[in-house]
Design a protein around this ligand. Sequence first.
Ligand SMILES: Cc1cc2nc3c(=O)[nH]c(=O)nc-3n(C[C@H](O)[C@H](O)[C@H](O)COP(=O)(O)OP(=O)(O)OC[C@H]3O[C@@H](n4cnc5c(N)ncnc54)[C@H](O)[C@@H]3O)c2cc1C
Length: 313
Amino acid sequence: MESLTASANAFMRSALLGAADNRALQRFMYRHGMNLGARRFVAGETLDEFLRVVRSVNDRGVAVAAGLLGEGVAAERDAASVVHEYQHILRRLANLSLRSTIALKLTHLGLGLGRPLALDNVRTIVAEAKQLDNFVRMDMEQSAYTDATLTIYRTLREEGHDNVGTVLQAYLRRSERDLRELLPLRPNLRLVKGAYLESHEIAFQKKSDVDRNYLSLIEIALASPGFTAIATHDHAIIEQTIALINKAGLPPERFEFQMLYGVRPKLQEQLRDRGYRVRLAIPFGSQWYPYLMRRLAERPANLFFFLGTLWRR
Ligand SMILES: Cc1cc2nc3c(=O)[nH]c(=O)nc-3n(C[C@H](O)[C@H](O)[C@H](O)COP(=O)(O)OP(=O)(O)OC[C@H]3O[C@@H](n4cnc5c(N)ncnc54)[C@H](O)[C@@H]3O)c2cc1C
């Protein structure tokens, strides 16, 4: 029965991640999705809406990682306008004294058009963030961009930028090697399970294998110098991580827990109440469709929540 449910979930996951490219569905969702429930995962389409959400999350004692939605720009000028938007976001966050770093996707800054362009663009944002005493995390996208993302991270660190971090995905078989190679930099890493559709040649497919690798990466990272963000809603893994932290007597400035806006809010509050640092990744902006499809794919029950909203209208 358990393996039947696992197969059904895997099928739904592939279907939903595949549907992320479906133009007709995309048009329908952009028209109606916000009213159908996308708002549970996306803090609005405008910066002002987003900033109001950040304020209320901060007031609850939780920090934020701000994400402007969008990925895979088609032209250099589009990437340049994303750079300006991030600079603007950083200034607004500083003016309002909000507790929020930023998290961005390198394809949104032109990585698909070439690595030098993405490097220049992210460098500009990292420099602006430094002036404002803020921090930039480069999300990890599909495996086609893993090498380029890690190279850009390494380049920025070698240039002396220390307010930048990136992400490793536990479903990729290569991640343990990547982690070990980054350790001499005392990296600032967010560890996640991984959200994209990847082949079995390069990625673990079984949840138990991903979970095992995830815990192993967490253990290696926490035992080494640097900062580790454990970004998961998996209660069992969070408790196992806390056991590791307690055993090592790790100070609070070495790690934090991160979750996604709209996912397991009670667990977020429980961790905060136990005295742990919690940061919510909160996305906003008009390009929310691919992000939403990844969230639905992670938990097919979310799709029924969506369809239920549609039915009730
Ligand atoms: C802060 C943050 C940043 C991230 N950045 C990246 C990134 O840069 N690159 C990348 O590939 N992935 C990223 N992810 C996504 C990540 O890879 C996983 O796809 C996602 O977190 C779901 O996996 P999980 O660790 O929560 O574990 P799972 O085993 O998938 O879930 C554990 C439990 O959490 C709950 N849950 C999980 N997801 C959802 C959901 N969408 N809706 C409702 N309940 C849910 C369910 O109860 C589930 O049983 C990020 C995740 C977080 C939290």
